[in-house]
Structure formats: structure tokens, C-alpha cells
Unconditional design. Structure first.
Length: 231
């Protein structure tokens, strides 16, 4: 189910937007949960983990831009689509990572197109998250006697891959190759000493001297990324 919030202080615009989105839901055979709000304060005060927010910029009280900034403090993943009769605020919209900026009156065709695009993006993200959850179960891969063993939370098994191909495929998921025979999941590291890694399952992985500098750089980048996420 896709969770959608609509926020506009003009009742007619709000009702029209909800009607068209429900038509889209029915025609595409999808499942939405739509919640409407007439004020930015109401949206923020009753915040849920929405997938999409349609947000008017010019509203009494907390305007849409202020609401968007508050939303981003709570949720960096929700897709924000601004709908407004006022132009000239696209730079601010970009500052809060808005998915799109639509000018009223928004036609059914334009709204359908935006829904197609935003749902495609959400689908890709959820597929990546599902893959990441599966990958996070892996501690490391080890090459031994021309075989590649995957060591995971559910046990160990042989995979039909080369160690170098695993390194390339899994780099985006925080895997690193500290030794020519190992590819490890940084998220499953417990500790790191001068020449070895202790994994969460207490296994020890060697760090090759010639790979030590590159490994340290990868670790610094990873830690910086984690710090940025927490800000």
C-alpha cells in the first residue's frame, strides 16, 4: 500500500486532487491510503511514514516550504510534490529535495504522469532496500581452492561467482576487498586492528599490507557517510 498525504488550504483544490488520485488508483489497480490536511501544522503534527506528499506552497500559518523543511527533518525518503499557483520558488523546492514542482491548475494528464514517475522511483527504491536487507545478512565472502564461500547469518554456502566480480557488484552496498581472498561487509564489522578485521560473528579477516591504505580510505569514507546520515 502506498501512503499519500495531501495538504492544501483550499478545500476545492484539495477535493479535486484527492478525486483524481483516487481515479488513478482505480484505473491502475493500485492500493493507496490517502490522508488530507488543510494546514501545514496539521500535517506535521499528525505525521506518518508517508510515501508521497502533495503540498501547496502558499498556505495560511505554516506555509508549504516550512512544512517541507520540517518533513525533511523527520523523513529523507518521502517524495514531496509541490502544487501551487505561485511560481518562482523552484530553487527553494530543490533545497528540500522535492520530486517535482507543479503549477495550478494541474491537469489530469499531468498528474497521472507525475504519479507514474514517482511510483516508479518508489518501486526502484523499495527493490534496492529489499536487496540491501538480504545483502545485510552476509558477513563476508572467502575464496578457497577456487571456490567462493559466502558466510551469512543463516550459515555458509558456495556461490558461483569470482571474488573480483563480487567486489564490483557489492561496492554500492558497503562491501570492500581487504585481501585478495576476501570481500567483507563493512556493516558487519565488529572491530579493526592494524592487519585484521573482527567480524560480528567473531571470524577474523586479514588485511593485506598492499591493500591497507585503500582499505583505510574506504573506512574513512564509510564512517563519514554514517556521520552525515545522523546529522
Amino acid at each position: 500500500m502506498i501512503r499519500i498525504a495531501l495538504c492544501d488550504d483550499e478545500r476545492d483544490e484539495l477535493n479535486l486532487l484527492e478525486t483524481v488520485i483516487k481515479q488513478y488508483e482505480e484505473e491502475r489497480n493500485l492500493s493507496f491510503r490517502i490522508t488530507s490536511y488543510k494546514r501545514g501544522e496539521e500535517l506535521i503534527g499528525n505525521w506518518e511514514n508517508f510515501d508521497i506528499v502533495f503540498l501547496d506552497i502558499r498556505m495560511s500559518g505554516m506555509d508549504g516550504m516550512e512544512a517541507a523543511k520540517s518533513i525533511r527533518k523527520k523523513d529523507m525518503q518521502v517524495e514531496i510534490i509541490f502544487i501551487t499557483s505561485h511560481i518562482g520558488l523552484t530553487r527553494e523546492a530543490l533545497a528540500v529535495h522535492a520530486f517535482e514542482y507543479l503549477e495550478k491548475p494541474v491537469s489530469k494528464e499531468v498528474l497521472y504522469q507525475q504519479m507514474d514517475e514517482v511510483l516508479e522511483k518508489i518501486s526502484r527504491y523499495k527493490q534496492i532496500e529489499a536487496k540491501r536487507n538480504e545483502i545485510d545478512e552476509i558477513y563476508y565472502f572467502e575464496r578457497n581452492d577456487r571456490k567462493i564461500k559466502a558466510v551469512t547469518k543463516k550459515g555458509s554456502f558456495i556461490v558461483n561467482e569470482t571474488i573480483s566480480s563480487l567486489e564490483q557488484k557489492l561496492k554500492p552496498f558497503d562491501f570492500v576487498m581487504p585481501h585478495q581472498s576476501f570481500v567483507v561487509n563493512i556493516n558487519q564489522m565488529q572491530d579493526y586492528y592494524k592487519d585484521e578485521i573482527i567480524m560480528m560473528n567473531s571470524d577474523t579477516i586479514p588485511v593485506a599490507q598492499k591493500r591497507s591504505s585503500e582499505f583505510k580510505k574506504v573506512m574513512r569514507d564509510f564512517l563519514q557517510k554514517q556521520m552525515n546520515k545522523s546529522l
